[in-house]
Design a binder for this molecule. Structure first.
Ligand code: C5P
Length: 207
């Protein structure tokens, strides 16, 4: 199978030295790419800025902003049979990016933000993707309800949900525990394990 994976955060510039971003190390997306390759799949990884070496044997496209990630996904998604959206995309970008470093001479600074495109939400209706579509949901509360709502709204086949309010799993950790929600209504819990092991199980079950 050919699998497209998005990973890492995006970075939305404020001025030449500052940006808005998300808490994402990219570990989960890179683990998914590594396990997909190990299971014999072909992988295109579209990655925001992270400090992890990509696994051997994949096609990697590096992007900074959500807009650039949107363009890269749009260009590549229909080459694949499955797309897994693991990136923590910034929901907003700065309306007017300053050409010069903003001076800190006032006590408050107001930034106007504009909503970024929903890349996963565009997969079906704008990119016409008909393969298996997998989203991630990082939730701090009402995980079950939010994950099922996201599955419907983004027209996914599966949503992999994790509880990011826990400090032992998730952000920047090597371990994770997730629940896979399926379009058929089922929910499967993958018990606490390394991100590599969780990734192997996700790829195996979903493919
Ligand atoms: O709506 P929320 O951001 O929680 O949805 C998470 C899922 O949507 C993840 O799979 C994430 O990669 C994807 N997403 C996206 N583009 C956005 C926001 C989220 O692809 N702008």
């Amino acid at each position: 199978m050919r699998i497209l994976i998005t990973a890492g955060p995006t970075r939305e510039p404020i001025d030449p030295v500052r940006y808005l971003s998300n808490r994402s190390s990219g570990k989960m997306g890179y683990a998914l790419a590594k396990q997909a390759i190990a299971l014999g799949h072909e992988v295109t990884l579209i990655s925001g800025p992270v400090s992890i070496e990509p696994p051997e044997g994949i096609e990697i496209i590096r992007v900074e902003t959500a807009d650039k990630m949107f363009d890269a996904v749009k260009a590549k998604i229909n080459d694949g049979d499955m797309a897994i959206f693991c990136a923590a995309v910034s929901d907003y970008r700065v309306a007017d990016i300053a050409d010069e470093k903003i001076k800190k001479d006032s006590n408050t600074l107001t930034l106007t933000l504009i909503k970024n495109p929903d890349i996963l939400g565009s997969a079906r209706k704008d990119f016409g993707f008909s393969g298996t579509l997998v989203g991630f949901a990082a939730e701090t509360e009402n995980i079950d309800t939010n994950a099922r709502e996201k599955l419907e709204r983004k027209d996914c086949d599966f949503i992999v949900a994790n509880d990011v309010s826990r400090s032992d799993i998730g952000f920047d950790r090597d371990a994770n525990e997730v629940v896979i929600y399926s379009k058929d209504g089922s929910a499967t819990r993958l018990e606490l394990a390394s991100k590599d092991e969780i990734s192997r199980q996700i790829i195996e079950r979903i493919s």
